[in-house]
Design a protein around this ligand. Structure first.
Ligand SMILES: Cc1cc2nc3c(=O)[nH]c(=O)nc-3n(C[C@H](O)[C@H](O)[C@H](O)COP(=O)(O)OP(=O)(O)OC[C@H]3O[C@@H](n4cnc5c(N)ncnc54)[C@H](O)[C@@H]3O)c2cc1C
Length: 330
């Protein structure tokens, strides 16, 4: 098959490799509209079937030779219920105890959390570096590239926050999210902290033993893709400092994500030869590659997975507001 993928982020890059491995003629197009960060979080500490997708994603990172590095995680919440047994089923070691440096009791997990060197993965995908447009003839899609029309057996829309600009009838919305790079105590660069009591997360910056971390709170701010929102990080810094000790911010990272009405990812057919994958709601590095594999199995073999398919929004009419990112726990 001849397949064109619009977007070469984590989804486009994964799909490109998976389809090439199955012997198809694949072209990925990426206008490089968003900043590529060197590392992102991969966590198995998710809910429901997302846990299995995150586990499968790790296997795919191995296959794609993507570097990952594991660190312990400290989750502060007394509402985890049976989530811990779900995590144990995929090999995570769980203990609960008082943690001196956090001055609180936490659920400590080993084997659950990693930094993924996603930047190298994305940059090593050969992309046609220009802006693409979708042309529709009835329900049949082709792609306009530098003023020329390219035909394909399948066109895949994997343009993240830009998806709904390219194909406005999609039930998805762009939003702005951000995080702050901080310096503070030494433990920061070798541990993940998810504090659901105060409401923030902290992850190692590079895991090199330096006293640096990235903190955020999973806040979603609706805006046009590419538009910068002015942020005041002081409330987040105050919250995180209350648990982690004094933090000094030295950088603000930001970018655009894509949310769906139920804040869950989706994939499926949206035209005769037009497919969509997206809605990664802030956890693309955690489940994106496994979702890309599901789309490939759907395109090539007709395999369905109702829980994640875009058809679930068919009955959905009108506008919607964005909820909490789905990697956030109770
Ligand atoms: C500050 C911040 C921190 C984050 N931290 C994490 C984290 O730690 N872990 C995690 O899992 N997730 C994290 N995320 C979320 C993660 O970045 C997204 O879930 C993920 O990037 C979505 O992948 P994607 O492939 O769907 O889209 P994207 O990565 O956005 O890729 C879409 C691509 O499409 C291209 N494009 C758009 N329009 C066109 C066009 N018309 N023609 C050609 N190309 C086009 C863009 O240039 C872009 O490269 C974070 C996001 C932000 C903003």
């Amino acid at each position: 098959m001849k397949i064109i993928i619009i977007g070469g982020g984590v989804l486009g890059s994964s799909l490109y490799r998976l389809l090439r491995d199955r012997g198809h003629e694949v072209t990925a197009i990426d206008a490089r509209k968003r900043k590529i960060y060197p590392t992102l979080i991969h966590s198995l500490l998710l809910k429901g079937n997302d846990v299995k997708l995150a586990k499968r994603t790790l296997e795919l990172y191995d296959r794609f030779n993507v570097r990952t590095r594991e660190f312990p995680a400290y989750t502060i919440s007394d509402k985890l219920g049976n989530l811990t047994s779900l995590w144990q089923e995929v090999g995570v070691k769980v203990e609960r105890k008082y943690v001196e440096w956090l001055s609180t009791e936490a659920t400590i997990t080993h084997g659950s959390d990693r930094l993924v060197w996603i930047g190298n993965f994305i940059r090593s995908t050969p992309v046609y570096p220009t802006e693409a447009k979708i042309k529709l003839d009835g329900r049949k899609a082709s792609v306009e590239l530098d003023g020329k029309i390219k035909e394909a057996d399948a066109v895949v829309l994997a343009a993240g926050a830009w998806n709904s600009e390219l194909f406005p009838s999609l039930k998805s919305k762009p939003y702005f999210c951000w995080s702050a790079a901080v310096s503070g105590r030494r433990e920061l660069d070798s541990n993940f902290v998810y504090d659901y009591e105060i409401g923030f997360y902290s992850r190692p910056l590079l895991g090199m033993g330096l006293p640096f971390a990235i903190v955020g709170d999973g806040d979603t701010i609706e805006c046009k893709p590419g538009e910068k929102v002015n942020i005041d990080p002081s409330t987040l810094l105050e919250k995180a400092s209350a648990r982690l000790g004094k933090l000094v911010q030295f950088h603000l990272g930001w970018g655009h994500c894509e949310g769906t009405p139920d804040m869950r990812p989706s994939f499926g057919r949206v035209g005769d030869n037009l497919f969509y994958i997206g809605g990664l709601d802030g956890y693309g590095a955690e489940i994106g590659p496994a979702l890309a594999e599901m789309l490939m199995n759907y395109i090539l073999d007709g395999e369905e997975n109702k829980e994640y398919m875009v058809d679930r929004f068919q009955q959905f009419k009108g506008s919607f507001s964005l909820g909490r990112e789905p990697h956030e726990l109770p």
